[in-house]
Design a protein around this ligand. Structure first.
Ligand SMILES: [Zn+2]
Length: 372
């Protein structure tokens, strides 16, 4: 067995090689390489990683090897403003301007903008926000994907291989655990039928049955407070009794009533499901923030917050003052659209509608467009 010290793994990242890899990733085989030249990028990366310093005990130190752990060192790669800076509108008093941050230059630029806007709009209050858009981090996936069977908190679909009946279920446990539960009944049943067919007598070994029994004398109770168990050995005679009494045997081998819908389907039709007939339809994701939703659907974060609070409090997303055409989606459907947004990083009205068709909810893509 080999074990690795994770603490030392981080600081031992070979910087030169890593920078070479980053450069290769950015410039070679990329349809659209960054606008700054390769040499400049290399120098920037060197600056940000190799030529760094830190403060410890009031003393400044130069870092000569590795990268300090947990440092929020992020490089501004390319600045691409998502929305063009708009001129202040006459209806708002405070105007927020986003300025790309490039150090001293940005500060000079910001001051100039403020002085210019102050002259044109003396009544407006200008607020400046320095903005970093693309971070190195965004180009890398930092976590390994969890394999499907180990996903927890999923909505899954089972399709009968023989009659195209669909079953939709939800589990908070691991996907494979739930699938195993679904298939357990039919597996045991198939097994039992095989035994019946082969007409083999089941020969039980001398088994040991554990039963809790009372004991004389003082009992030292274990931490669980249960009575201690004593093992008794079953004789051949006991087993003979068991085999002769078909009811006991039946109970022992045959399981009780099928519990899951898939087991019931198997019970009534005999259709056998396999692991491949199960598929994950929705994966649980942590809730995305208002800002992210706002960016996705191109509206204000305040608006998203408003609707989210409305949903939490009233479960109703209909507009209070009805104007224009009446809504064609119910509150529940709106919630589904929101869920879809959380699932889909970059949704369009068409993909959402397509996904809804799969879930047999009829909403036109125009409706989705209006909701977005
Ligand atoms: Zn079937």
């Amino acid at each position: 067995m080999v074990s690795f010290d994770v603490a030392s793994l981080y600081t031992n990242v070979p910087l030169t090689e890593t920078i070479d890899i980053i450069l290769k990733h950015l410039y070679d085989g990329h349809a659209k390489p960054p606008t700054i030249s390769r040499e400049d990028m290399k120098e920037l990366l060197d600056l940000a990683t190799k030529k760094s310093h830190f403060l410890f005990n009031g003393q400044l130190y130069d870092q000569i090897d590795g990268v300090s752990m947990g440092s929020p060192r992020q490089l501004n790669l390319v600045y691409t403003p998502t929305t063009p800076i708009s001129a202040p509108s006459p209806t708002t008093d405070t105007v927020v301007l986003r300025v790309p941050y490039f150090g001293q230059l940005s500060q000079v630029y910001a001051k100039r903008i403020i002085s210019v806007t102050n002259k044109s709009y003396p009544l407006k209050h200008i607020r400046l926000v320095y903005d970093v858009q693309e971070r190195i981090q965004s180009g890398f996936t930092l976590k390994d994907q969890i394999p499907d069977p180990m996903q927890a908190g999923v909505v899954y679909e089972a399709t009968c291989p023989q009659c195209e009946v669909h079953y939709i279920g939800k589990t908070f446990r691991h996907f494979k655990t739930r699938v195993h539960e679904h298939l357990n009944y039919q597996k045991q049943d198939v097994c039992f039928k095989k035994i019946e067919k082969s007409k083999h007598t089941v020969k039980r070994p001398r088994s040991i049955i554990k039963t809790p029994i009372e004991r004389k004398g003082p009992i030292t109770r274990s931490q669980t407070g249960k009575l201690p168990t004593r093992t008794i050995q079953t004789t051949q005679e006991d087993i003979g009794k068991l085999v002769k009494n078909p009811e006991i045997l039946e109970k022992r081998i045959r399981q009780q009533t099928p519990k899951t819908a898939i087991a019931k389907h198997y019970d009534t039709t005999g259709h056998i499901f396999s692991n491949n007939d199960f598929a994950i339809r929705l994966k649980e994701r942590s809730e995305i923030g208002n800002k992210k939703v706002a960016r996705l659907i191109h509206c204000d974060a305040k608006t998203v917050r408003y609707w989210r609070t409305r949903w939490k409090e009233t479960k109703d997303l209909s507009e209070k003052t009805q104007s224009g055409q009446p809504r064609s989606t119910t509150a529940a459907e709106d919630e589904m659209i929101l869920n879809e947004l959380e699932e889909n990083e970059n949704p369009t009205s068409v993909t959402i509608t397509r996904d809804f068709k799969i879930k047999t909810v009829e909403i036109s893509s125009r409706t989705v467009q209006r909701r977005l």
